[in-house]
Ligand binder design. Structure first.
Ligand code: FAD
Length: 236
């Protein structure tokens, strides 16, 4: 597949981009549409728009060698496989509100998987559940629920731009907590991708891992794709 590269790039850059292109079965999407090298004009905007604490952008920490902003699971799979093949670490970004900047802070070279394009929300009011992709924000979830029902809500955090990926995997404290618990208490199912690129759901990941991803913070060796939430009835 042909792909566009920007400026003067090293062979390791070319190799990574080629690898992603070969691994991904999304033939209709060019890698230049979702793989960003530091030479790409939009690389800095994409990174800076998510960094809420610029103190970690310094000479000690490396910036991502690549930002991959996938639109489907194949592209995430390709990014994971190629990062491992080329000796890069992997960081995952949902809403970018990590206090410690863990998604853009590393002393060794890494690939950032930015889930900004994976933000779909499907609400089923009849069975009071929702599937939320990890790149959505809690504000988008509340808005989508409110569009479907005036008597339903989901008990997550207060700040609307916090990401579902980081918050649901880390707990999720909000105003409905005393009656309905944390966001993570209301997760019925979840899909994650492990380092082998396999997608696991609640049943296939097993009860220990399902327990760990609901409160143990962003999984270290898995990318949290979608959370299926119980949508609690809201009593004012
Ligand atoms: C202004 C502000 C207000 C806040 N308000 C609340 C609140 O009301 N209630 C509350 O409970 N918390 C609150 N928090 C804390 C917030 O929930 C956590 O910092 C949360 O981890 C941020 O998630 P994120 O997706 O926005 O951040 P990110 O920085 O994108 O992610 C946080 C961590 O999780 C990892 N991660 C994110 N997504 C994934 C994924 N899909 N797969 C694997 N790992 C992933 C990241 O690599 C990073 O290490 C607030 C934080 C801020 C800065």
């Amino acid at each position: 597949m042909r792909y566009r590269i920007y400026g003067k790039v090293s062979s390791s850059t070319e190799n990574f981009v080629k690898c992603v292109s070969n691994q991904s079965s999304s033939l209709d999407t060019k890698t230049s549409q979702y793989v960003y090298t530091p030479q790409c004009p939009s690389y800095s905007n994409l990174l800076n728009s998510s960094v809420h604490n610029p103190r970690w952008i310094n000479s000690v920490n490396q910036r991502p060698k690549f930002i991959v902003a996938p639109t489907n699971n194949d592209q995430i799979q390709a990014a994971i496989t190629c990062a491992r093949a080329h000796g890069f670490g992997i960081r995952v970004l949902s809403g970018g509100h990590d206090y410690e900047g863990r998604f853009y802070r590393s002393k060794s070279r890494f690939v950032l998987i930015d889930l900004v394009n994976l933000n779909s929300i499907t609400i089923n009011i009849d069975d009071e559940t929702a599937w939320v992709q990890a790149g959505a924000t809690v504000g988008e979830l509340y808005y989508n629920i409110a569009n479907k029902s005036k008597t339903h809500a989901f008990p997550a955090g207060l700040y609307p731009s916090v990401g579902v990926g980081g918050q649901f995997s880390g707990g999720g404290i909000g105003t409905l907590m005393r009656k309905y618990g944390l966001a993570s208490d209301n997760i019925l199912d979840a899909k994650i991708m492990n380092v082998e690129g396999e997608v696991l759901d609640r049943e296939s990941m097993g009860k220990d891992l399902f327990w760990a991803i609901r409160g143990g913070a962003g999984p270290a060796s898995a990318s949290y794709l979608r959370g299926g939430s119980g949508s609690s009835e809201f009593l004012p």
